[in-house]
Design a protein around this ligand. Structure first.
Ligand SMILES: *Cc1c(COP(=O)(O)O)cnc(C)c1O
Length: 389
């Protein structure tokens, strides 16, 4: 019987050895405003351009497209709204099923529900903590069938419309096999890239392989606009539609207010976009800091028994948005004790999100075998990861 009594204290010292010493607690992920934030926001206030249009919105969209390498980036009010519209753009409709990870932030799952569609949970793989494409392929050969050029779930009779992988803690999922699965089964691929700005899959920025992808600029993300998000796509026409329906579907005119469909007021205010422009200028420095912190954590945990520091796979360059350690199976029962100790030491670590199928509103949703992710959930601890640490 191995005991990890010593490891508990070693975890605390390992984390502390990687972080600056300070009096107050160290948050999980705090924003960093070290650039031109004040200047750009003052400009918004001085000129009166604080609301739903303005030059910072345009510039922010251009910067995002340029940085990620996609054709079009459309700034919106938050990442959840970006996901909602991304799913609508690929044709997710009332009564469809969308395959999605059980381990994710609630936004991924809720966005599917907002379309009137049904989240169908699938398992993750340990090396990426995201959707396991090989397990998904096997599962689809069991449950899916093609009729009239569409994919159906033969158990529920509902159309399977899309796969919505999420790049967990910034680590890209294995996208190539997911693209193959989508082609084979006529499913649309939408990437929840909310956590993965600055992360690359085989040299391409995340968000490029899905037909549409979503980013988030919430206060805890690598780049923040206070609240905000963006829709990414390489399809010009979808990009045009995305801009149109997120800006109330208004037809351009000097004074007339005509709208050609039910659109959404999902516009990102100029004042938030100004923050985003200043933040994007610092992204390369943020990434360098985050990779340096990850390297320190990796080294510090190398000699702690019962712990594995979670590293990027060979096909990925991760932004290490949230650093994670995994407790060995025999150690997992002590997760909450360790979290308690970390908090007592002012280190605001946290576990993974409660799995989606364990939440009351999604408890009866269709799901595949989720044994890997159920095991992972019990073993994950996210460590303080702010860019300035
Ligand atoms: C942050 C996040 C989102 C979007 O969240 P918003 O707060 O709406 O911007 C979506 N999915 C995941 C996985 C996230 O972490």
């Amino acid at each position: 019987m191995i005991t990890y009594a010593r490891s508990r204290n070693e975890i605390i010292s390992a984390v502390k050895s990687c972080l600056p010493s300070q009096e107050k607690s160290i948050g999980l992920h705090e924003p960093c405003f070290a650039g031109k934030e004040w200047e750009y926001i003052k400009d918004c206030l001085d000129t009166g351009w604080v609301s739903s249009v303005g030059k910072y919105v345009d510039t922010f969209e251009e910067k995002l497209a340029e940085y990620t390498g996609v054709r079009r980036a459309i700034a919106v009010v938050n990442g959840t709204a970006a996901l909602h519209i991304a799913l609508k753009l690929v044709g997710v409709e009332q009564g469809d099923e969308v395959l999605a990870p059980a381990m994710t932030f609630i936004a991924t799952t809720n966005a599917i529900t907002y379309c009137g569609a049904i989240p169908h949970f699938v398992d993750s793989e340990k090396r990426t903590m995201g959707i396991d494409p090989y397990k998904l392929a096997d599962y689809l050969s069991e449950i899916a069938e093609i009729r009239d050029s569409c994919c159906f779930n033969s158990h529920t009779g509902r159309r399977l419309k899309a796969v919505l992988p999420m790049h967990t803690f910034g680590h890209p999922v294995d996208l190539d096999p997911l693209v193959d699965i989508c082609n084979r089964w006529r499913l649309e691929l939408v990437e929840d890239a909310a956590e993965s700005l600055g992360s690359y899959y085989k040299g391409r920025h995340t968000g490029n392989l899905g037909k549409v992808a979503a980013l988030s600029f919430n206060g805890n993300k690598i780049v923040t606009t206070g609240g905000g998000g963006a829709i990414l796509t390489n399809d010009e026409e979808l990009g045009r539609i995305a801009k149109h329906i997120t800006t109330t579907a208004k037809l351009p005119h000097k004074w007339a207010f005509n709208h050609d469909k039910v659109g959404y007021n999902y516009r990102l205010p100029n004042i938030n976009a100004a923050l985003g422009c200043a933040q994007m200028e610092q992204l390369p420095a943020f990434l360098a800091n985050k990779r340096a912190l990850a390297a320190r954590y990796e080294q510090a945990f190398a000699s702690v028994d019962g712990i594995e520091f979670f590293k990027e796979t060979e096909f990925a360059t991760s932004n290490y948005w949230l650093n994670a350690i995994l407790l060995n199976d025999g150690f997992a029962a002590e997760r909450d004790t360790i979290l308690e100790m970390l908090h007592q030491n002012g280190l605001l670590a946290r576990p993974a999100w409660t799995l989606m199928h364990k939440l009351p509103m999604y408890a009866n949703n269709p799901r595949a075998d989720l044994s890997t992710v159920e095991n992972l959930e019990q073993r994950i601890i996210n460590l303080p990861s702010s860019v300035f640490l």
